[in-house]
Each structure stands twice: as structure tokens, then as C-alpha cells.
Design a protein around this ligand. Structure first.
Ligand code: ZN
Length: 292
């Protein structure tokens, strides 16, 4: 960023914000650029646990705590599990964009990136009747052209960058007059690093305990709370939908909700609040120096 993003004001009575978000990657995360994984029945079943078992359990938790969440849904997941996606909408949660087949923008050409965005939009419209306002890059791997592609499609916000504790308006480039709201994330607040192990695909085989993950996430929560920041937890239903992990999430939701100074909201609600502040756009600058 050009200078650190400063603190922002939150709704009256609140001095920081928190959001529980979920990425329903399901099978898409193991199929992009690796269609041979479709032949591995156990791998597919590991991913299918998310929509089949995890999502219903997590919807119950969110309902119990009266938390409105954001679900990032690849278009392929919407086509494969339409009733699950409709259940999320019916429960009042936000549906946001997460590619079509979980394509990492940095692995795509400009044309391919635009096609993936448009295919994802079409799938969410077709299955859920939703036009998402939010985007999260698969693997949080934004390309330098993604913000302008999002602005051209009237997205309100992105949640894939890491250079701030507070949301900001992100400049999308000299040729695009608009900005997108950027809601920062970080790897310490993702359950993939704690729990994911798929032989030959992801992870080292070390799977952390739910208590350890909760300790890490709560420490980050208290840290961001102390600076008036925005805590965004990213969970995957195929991982955190398991009973032991959902139990810790239940406890964490209870703790976060008990903090009267913290605004617990969906990412769309947070983005609309930030847009309403009329902040000056900030830029992230391409590194100059060493030849690449
Ligand atoms: Zn993902």
C-alpha cells in the first residue's frame, strides 16, 4: 500500500469489526488443472463432506448465534450442489464469488481470468438468483489486473489482500476511475493451514487440534480488536464442518458475539459501511528493482 491504511470508524458503539466467512471450494479446489483427481474417489469424498455435511452443521451454528455470514461459492460448486447453495441463501447469508473452478487468477491469461469471472457470475445467477457484490480470489492469489476486472463488473469489494489491519478503498488503476473496497485477510486466519491434508495434493500430514486453531484465531481477534481493525476468519466446510472443529467454532462465535464493542457482520455489510465513509482510494504498487 502507499502508506499504511489507517483506522476507520465503525458503526455507533462499535470500535472494531469481525466476520466469519466460509469458502465452499468442495471438489473445485482439487480439480482445477488436475482433472485426474476426479478418478480418486476418496479425494472427491473428502471435498464433498463440505456441502453434504459441513454446510448444514455450520448453518445451524450461525443460526444459533444469529450471525450473518459470507459464503464464497465457486460456480462449479453451485452447479454441483444447487440445493445447498439455495439453503444458504434461504438462511439469509451472503453469497459471494470465488471463481468458477477455483482458478487462481495468477495462473490465467487476461482473457481466461475474465471468462472465469463471467462463468462464476452466470452460475450463481442461474442457481441461486444472486448477483454477488463480493469476490475472493481462490488461494487469495489476486493478479494485478483483477481489481479492474472486478470494478468493470460492478463488484463492491474484494477480500484477498494482506497489507492492512483495516479495510480501505483500493485504487483499481489509472484507466479505471473507480475503486473497490478491500477487506484484508491473512493466512493465520484460514483453517486450511491448520487442518488440510490430502496426500499428493495439499498439506504435510500435520493436522492441528481444534483447540490450537481456536487459540490462534482468538489471539488474532484480540490483536485486531485492540487496534480497531477488522478480523476476518476463513473456514472451509470440508475442514471446519467436522464435529470437533465446529464445536470450537461454536465456542469462538460465542466469545466474539459477547464482545459488545465488536461489530459482527457479513463482508457485504462491512464493505457497504466502508464505502459510505467516502475514503480516498489507496494503491498497491508493483515492485520495481530486481529483474524478474
Ligand atoms: Zn477457495
Amino acid at each position: 500500500m502507499s502508506g499504511p491504511a489507517g483506522p476507520v470508524s465503525w458503526p455507533e458503539g462499535k470500535s472494531s469489526a469481525a466476520s466469519f466467512s466460509f469458502d465452499i471450494d468442495a471438489e473445485s479446489a482439487v480439480l482445477w488443472r488436475a482433472p485426474q483427481n476426479a478418478h480418486r474417489m476418496s479425494v472427491i469424498s473428502h471435498q464433498a463432506y463440505g456441502p453434504l455435511v459441513g454446510v448444514p452443521r455450520l448453518l445451524g451454528l450461525l443460526d444459533k448465534h444469529r450471525i450473518r455470514s459470507t459464503f464464497f461459492v465457486p460456480g462449479y460448486t453451485a452447479h454441483r450442489y444447487p440445493s445447498v447453495v439455495r439453503d444458504i441463501v434461504a438462511a439469509g447469508h451472503e453469497i459471494a464469488h470465488h471463481g468458477y473452478l477455483h482458478e487462481q487468477p495468477t495462473g490465467l491469461s487476461a482473457t481466461e481470468e475474465a471468462v472465469a469471472l463471467d462463468r462464476g457470475l452466470e452460475a450463481l445467477e442461474e442457481v441461486a438468483g444472486v448477483r454477488p457484490v463480493g469476490y475472493r480470489a481462490p488461494m487469495w492469489d489476486l493478479s494485478w489486473r483483477t481489481p479492474a476486472l472486478l470494478a468493470a463488473r460492478d463488484f463492491l469489494y474484494d477480500s484477498s489482500l494482506m497489507a492492512a489491519d483495516h479495510p480501505c478503498e483500493l485504487e483499481v488503476g489509472p484507466d479505471a476511475p473507480r475503486s473497490v473496497v478491500e477487506i484484508p485477510i491473512q493466512w493465520a486466519l484460514d483453517d486450511w493451514e491448520q487442518f488440510c491434508f490430502l496426500p499428493d495434493i495439499s498439506g504435510s500430514g500435520l493436522i492441528e487440534t481444534p483447540a490450537k486453531a481456536r487459540e490462534l484465531w482468538q489471539a488474532e481477534f484480540e490483536g485486531l480488536r485492540s487496534v480497531g481493525g477488522c478480523w476476518v476468519l476463513t473456514n472451509h466446510p470440508f475442514l471446519s464442518g467436522r464435529p470437533s472443529r465446529a464445536h470450537q467454532l461454536d465456542e469462538l462465535m460465542g466469545h466474539v458475539n459477547s464482545c459488545a464493542d465488536v461489530w459482527v457482520a457479513s463482508l457485504e455489510e462491512i464493505a457497504r459501511h466502508i464505502r459510505g465513509l467516502g475514503l480516498d482510494p489507496r494503491s498497491v504498487e508493483f515492485p520495481s528493482g530486481p529483474e524478474n
